[in-house]
Design a protein around this ligand. Structure first.
Ligand SMILES: [Zn+2]
Ligand SMILES: [Zn+2]
Length: 418
């Protein structure tokens, strides 16, 4: 197989040829059909995050070592399966859930594999999609493409999942009834707008310093698009929201956006930070309890598993295990929309992993997920994700995923570049 590999932080990718691995046990080998380039790949390639005040947090500090075959938004076709990989077969096309954990620790058993301390993330800890082939450890991480093209489906794995999760963190009761503020109208910001609309959200005011992105935000259905550097930005946001926005989702994550996001929150409001631009934030501690605000960081999201939750936590845990077995056996019955975040559910389905309570709740969940899926599909036209395809023979990529690297680094000065 041929891979484009990061062999040293800060260095260009190198094309490397190696023997194509054969799947063992439950492993599934995909031939890559499309792989998205995520802004976080650029941080990975640089080898550090900007912590503000001149400090850096290196990937080495995170225990991430080169060589890395990046690419965590992967759509591919199965070319081989291990003897224990049930329910899938060569020729089928899937998008891979990349946020894989050890599967054994308490966090993983609780369904939060993306938070596992022994992460095995595809494209970060394990070889990812910048390659002709990708090994997925188990069929339970595969979601059928359905009618989507590989290029449409790949961004679900990070961009789609992340924005959906961010809205879940804000909470349905909030985003359905009150306007929220989205900081950054890049790929994630625009996808969030579309999702919000599909999830029957009240709408969002978008702030971005780039006039073109503000235009795109309005075209994508923003209630208003504000230049956060303008003198009257705060007032303009409040006017558009007819009060303070109920919550803020920050897809930039810079000093400026964090200050704006936390300053503008109403009492009891929530600031969800997703962007990795870099910087720091100083807060007066007494104001946290006085304003009762929540600051929440998040990356990506979990997989949904269907479980009956009617018998209390112990049984629910057993139910999760049962459900995991069921979904292992029938991966095709889950759709792409199975991706979701589990926080901020209403109490009756406080945990998306323990979903299913009443048939009505489950139908509602399914409907929301379907709408989310449709919104993402609709959005792809606007987002024009940078995708990389292999030629018909499955050889070298047609596009060098890092051909745009210089441009993208410049974009980091622009809100919402992620
Ligand atoms: Zn990503
Ligand atoms: Zn784990």
């Amino acid at each position: 197989m041929k891979s484009h590999v990061l062999t040293a932080f800060g260095a260009p990718l190198r094309a490397i040829e190696a023997p194509t691995p054969q799947p063992q046990g439950s492993e599934v080998l995909l031939k890559t059909l499309a792989a998205g380039v995520c802004h976080s790949d650029l941080h990975l390639a640089d080898g550090y995050y900007d912590m503000g005040g001149g400090k850096r947090f290196t990937l080495a500090d995170r225990g991430i070592a080169v060589p890395i075959t990046m690419g965590h938004e992967i759509a591919g076709e199965i070319v081989a399966v291990g003897p224990d990989a049930k329910g899938v077969k060569p020729g089928e096309r899937y998008v891979a859930y990349p946020w894989i954990g050890c599967g054994e620790c308490a966090v993983c058993r609780d369904g939060q594999e993306q938070l596992c301390n022994d992460a095995r993330t595809l494209g970060i800890r394990r070889p990812g999609g910048y390659s002709t082939h990708v090994m997925v450890p188990h069929p339970r991480y595969l979601y059928p493409l359905g009618k989507l093209t590989p290029q449409q489906a790949a961004p679900y794995a990070c961009s789609g999942l992340t924005t959906y999760s961010a809205l879940r963190r804000v909470g349905e009761a909030v985003y359905r009834n009150r306007p929220i503020l989205i900081l950054g109208a890049g790929g994630l910001g625009l996808m969030c707008l579309k999702l919000l609309k599909a999830l029957s959200g009240k709408g969002a005011i978008v702030a971005d310093i780039d006039p073109k992105k503000r235009e795109a935000a309005l075209a994508a259905g923003a209630l208003a698009a504000i230049d956060p550097k303008a003198e009257n930005a705060g007032r303009a946001i409040r006017d558009a929201a007819k009060g303070l926005p109920a919550a803020v989702i920050d897809f930039v994550g810079s000093n400026e956006t964090a200050r704006l996001g936390t300053d503008i929150l109403p009492r009891g409001g929530k600031y969800v930070i997703v962007g990795l631009f870099g910087g720091d934030l100083t807060l007066a501690l007494p104001l946290l309890p006085i304003r009762s605000i929540t600051i929440e960081g998040m990356l990506v999201g979990t997989q949904i598993r269907r479980v009956s939750r009617s018998h209390g936590p112990g049984v629910a845990r057993q139910g999760r295990a049962d459900a995991a077995r069921r979904t292992e056996a029938r991966p095709r019955q889950r759709g792409l929309a199975g991706f979701a975040c589990r926080s901020n559910r209403r109490p009756r389905r406080a945990d998306a992993l323990i979903r299913g309570g009443s048939p009505a709740a489950q139908r509602e969940d399914d409907a929301a997920a379907d709408l989310a899926r449709q919104a993402i599909v609709a959005h792809i036209r606007h987002m024009q994700p940078v995708v990389r395809q292999h030629d018909r023979q499955g050889n070298a990529p047609l596009l060098d995923p890092f051909a745009h690297h210089g441009k993208a680094v410049d974009d980091r000065n622009v809100h919402g570049a992620r």
